[in-house]
Design a protein around this ligand. Structure first.
Ligand SMILES: Cc1cc2nc3c(=O)[nH]c(=O)nc-3n(C[C@H](O)[C@H](O)[C@H](O)COP(=O)(O)O)c2cc1C
Length: 201
């Protein structure tokens, strides 16, 4: 699919048809997601893929899906046939910058932002866009306290889950409240040369 079309079509999908997703499509999506950038090519991003219905139901439980369903929402999580939990491992960055070819770099101690989170976000975005490119839909949500998810997925102590991405065939219906508000205009978010010099809308 044309890149601009992929970007334009992407939105968080919270309703799915129950049809399974072709495992080959999931593999292709993950190959795109792991092709992103990382500081020093540390490659601290990883992905836990969950398709087992019992495990997906367990994730839905620990994310409080039942309370949302009781309030009239769709069972977003348990119905999505594929869950992906993107993770980052800070230790990979420290190990990378301890290598001889990085001896002249201040590394993580000198960074103004912890790049492992940013790189995780880049991987997340690729995951969402690759899903659209496969003709599927994806939704991202914050899982709150990561402890229960960490235990369920047997994550090592130094691996941090970023959130939960659901993947599946989008069901027809309400796209949700997100798109009832327009995006902020270009002139408000793009600054030309100096902050406050807005680009034409
Ligand atoms: C870090 C993050 C956490 C999010 N958590 C939730 C969530 O818990 N529940 C939800 O319905 N949407 C969640 N979203 C989706 C946003 O509401 C959505 O991206 C935003 O409203 C813009 O809509 P769009 O992505 O469809 O363009 C989350 C998005 C991000 C980036």
């Amino acid at each position: 699919m044309e890149f601009s079309r992929v970007v334009a079509r992407r939105r968080m999908v919270r309703r799915y048809r129950p049809d399974p997703v072709d495992p080959a499509a999931v593999d292709r999506i993950l190959d795109v997601a792991r092709a992103g950038p990382s500081a020093g090519f540390s490659q601290g991003q990883s992905f836990v893929v969950v398709t087992d219905a019992g495990d997906r139901a367990a994730i839905a439980r620990l994310c409080g899906e039942a309370q949302w369903v009781a309030r009239g929402f769709e069972p977003w999580l348990s119905r999505a046939p594929v869950h992906v939990v993107p993770c980052v491992r800070e230790a990979d960055y420290h190990a990378r910058y301890a290598r001889p070819d990085k001896a002249r770099s201040p590394g993580p101690a000198g960074w103004h932002v912890p790049w492992w989170w940013i790189d995780g976000g880049a991987a997340m975005m690729l995951l969402l866009l690759a899903t659209v490119d496969e003709g599927l839909g994806a939704g991202l949500l914050d899982v709150g306290d990561p402890g229960p998810l960490r235990r369920l997925l047997a994550l090592p102590a130094d691996v941090a889950p970023l959130g939960l991405v659901t993947i599946g065939h989008p069901a027809a219906g309400d796209p949700g409240p997100a798109r009832r508000r327009p995006r902020r205009p270009r002139g408000e978010v793009v600054h030309l040369g100096r902050w406050g010099a807005g680009a034409p809308a």
